[in-house]
Design a protein around this ligand. Structure first.
Ligand code: NAP
Length: 248
């Protein structure tokens, strides 16, 4: 029996990076996959094909996760097409790094909306289905910088800390309905998001990671698999750090 047999999972911002790895691992474990990203492009097309090739049902929606109306439209379509949702992974996220002295209001608002409003949007739109089912697992992708902070990331770390408060509050609201809500806090993971930081940044981070390697998207996907599956049926409101010891 596969860990996610007969489950339906929705992952936001999944065309590449951590979301993509999660979609593929969840499909390998038997889940049908619905995923979103800003736009339909080669990445989203190839992921859709790869998922279908694994013999699961797969669907893609082009959507900005910070757009509330678009989120509600998608929820309606999913209820019609799939009838239920078992797992929601709020993964979509961006960075617009700068010291606060140079951070524009536009970059503050953009990051808050993409990273935090999106979590409100998807939880608000999909929890009614989970409450009706009396089951569900929501996984919000935070970051260790939401716990420890990081110079140059006031906007980003505020969203990732906000996600932790949101996760704990929603876990308290939905526990009695058997809907679990947890957060994953990745450390330094090799994805297109961190590639843009360059070799020097990677080497600096490596010195601080006790396991002496950067994380891979698959490390985070496996952590989410645990929280999505029956292996974690009594775990809610937690923040699971997956960082090779970086935040110790
Ligand atoms: P990534 O490689 O940049 O992938 C993120 C994906 O999300 C991209 O495909 C992006 O679309 C999409 N996206 C961003 N905002 C969106 C929105 N508003 N609506 C729809 N799609 C959106 O990043 P990643 O490293 O895989 O990160 C995934 C999550 O993990 C993020 O929440 C990030 O903050 C978190 N995280 C990552 C690290 C790390 O070290 N990589 C560490 C801690 C936490 P585009 O391609 O169009 O930009």
């Amino acid at each position: 029996m596969k860990l996610l047999e007969n489950k339906i999972a929705m992952i936001t911002g999944a065309s590449r990076g951590i979301g993509r790895s999660t979609a593929l691992l969840f499909a390998d474990n038997g889940a049908d996959i619905i995923f979103t990203d800003f736009r339909e492009d080669d990445n989203s097309k190839s992921l859709l094909e790869e998922l279908k090739g694994k013999g699961v049902r797969a669907a893609f929606y082009a959507a900005d996760a910070s757009n509330h109306e678009r989120t509600l439209e998608i929820a309606k379509e999913i209820e019609k097409e799939f009838g239920r949702l078992d797992i929601l992974i709020n993964n979509a996220g961006i960075t617009r790094d700068n010291l606060l002295l140079r951070m524009s209001p536009a970059d503050w608002d953009l990051v808050i909306n993409c990273n935090l409003r999106s979590v409100y949007n998807y939880c608000k739109a999909f929890t009614p289905m989970m409450i009706k089912q009396r089951s569900g697992s929501i996984i919000n992708i935070s970051s260790i910088v939401g716990i420890n902070g990081n110079a140059g990331q006031c906007n980003y770390s505020a969203t990732k800390a906000g996600i932790i408060g949101f996760t704990r509050s929603l876990a308290k609201e939905l526990g009695s309905r058997n809907v679990r809500v947890n957060a994953v806090a990745p450390g330094f993971i090799e994805t297109p998001m961190t590639k843009q930081l360059g070799e020097q940044a990677l080497n600096d981070w490596l010195k601080a990671i006790p396991m002496r390697r950067p994380g891979q998207p698959e490390d985070i996907a496996r952590t989410s698999l645990y929280l999505a599956s029956e292996l974690s049926t009594y775990i809610t409101g937690q923040v699971l750090r997956c960082d090779g010891g970086l935040s110790l």
